[in-house]
Design a protein around this ligand. Sequence first.
Ligand SMILES: Cc1ncc(COP(=O)(O)O)c(C=O)c1O
Length: 415
Amino acid sequence: MSPLSSSFAQTNTGSPTTADLFAEHVMSTYGRYPLTLVRGQGCRVWDEQGREYLDFVAGIATCTLGHAHPVWIQALTEQAQQLHHVSNLYYTPPQAQLAQWLTRHSCADKVFFCNSGAEANEGAIKLARKYAHTVRGIQEPVILTAHGSFHGRTLATVTATGQPKYQKDFAPLVPGFDYIPYNDIEGTEAVLNRWGERVCAVLLEPLQGEGGVLPGDPTYFQWWRRVCNERGILLMLDEVQVGMGRTGRLWGYCHLGVEPDIFTLAKGLAGGIPIGALLAKDFCAVFQPGDHASTFGGNPLACAVGLAVCRTLMLDSLIWNAQQTGAYLRQGLSRLAEQFPRLIEQVRGWGLIQGLVMRIPAAEVVKAAMEMGLLLVPAGLQVVRFVPPLIVTPAEIDQALALLGSALERLAASH
Ligand SMILES: Cc1ncc(COP(=O)(O)O)c(C=O)c1O
């Protein structure tokens, strides 16, 4: 029996399955896989029938330390016993310590904490607009974002997201955005010139994650840095998916030879506890008391766990591991690409965010891999994404490649 075939079988007690409860009570916003997960350890998760899966999704590039990491559990439980939430009416040590760690290890001077990537980008958009109004005197500021980008699902961030499929049915969108071709200087110049002095910021992913694991071109980002310096435009980078060591460097921007003025984090920052962060250099950190807030943002629980993740990245050399195992994964994927040229077009990515550009729908590969016991996630229609925890070992990568190889053999036979 394949691992998935009975995962959603009706229990013979007659009580509803988890899927039944979802169908009845949970809004249908996700196309979920027929898999109910109940436990995780390291790079593995188990379903309710006790079947084991190698997890190369990691909560979509989020579980930095994998599942049930002892340091993560200790930070969470110790802080839960001490103080978990009091609001931002007061000072709390974990928020101060996490902000200190982040600013010491990045180009930013100040941090604002929130709860998700969308919320962090929403904050960046507000900060850029406030800077435009109060410092540059721009009445109707415009923020440029890239085609193929992904910045979140709130109204402003879905507007910033340069993919119409996420925007349809939600008009009217937020004014003050326009779209530029990613990695294309000439095409970008045309849009930039159209808006002239109204452009206050550009928001870009160092590597487009959801858009298909497409790395940024250093030449393009360095060109943007020069333009921003010359014209007073803010360079804002969305590091929500690629920050926190995933690419084999602490920040995605380290691959590009630029420093942003503003950048955002979420996903991997606390290894799976909800957190987001907006980071800025002093000159543009123009928020004043009352300008922006979040009830849960920066609470002691999330920040203590975030700090434990940050420290473990360094103490356990996990960024180095992401670089080494990322290169190893890349080699293995390239071998598969040679073996299955009719199925695979290209391998691309940085460190432990790799993408297989397929000649067949990515969803078919994800489904076949899942049936073999390997969890993967598509990035768009044609790309299969590999974003395992940063603790992944070469042996686990070997196993993932073997499972994927079997899945591809099966697909090759049917295509
Ligand atoms: C680059 C990027 N920005 C923003 C987001 C939105 O983050 P969240 O789902 O935490 O709101 C994502 C999520 O995939 C992302 O990949």
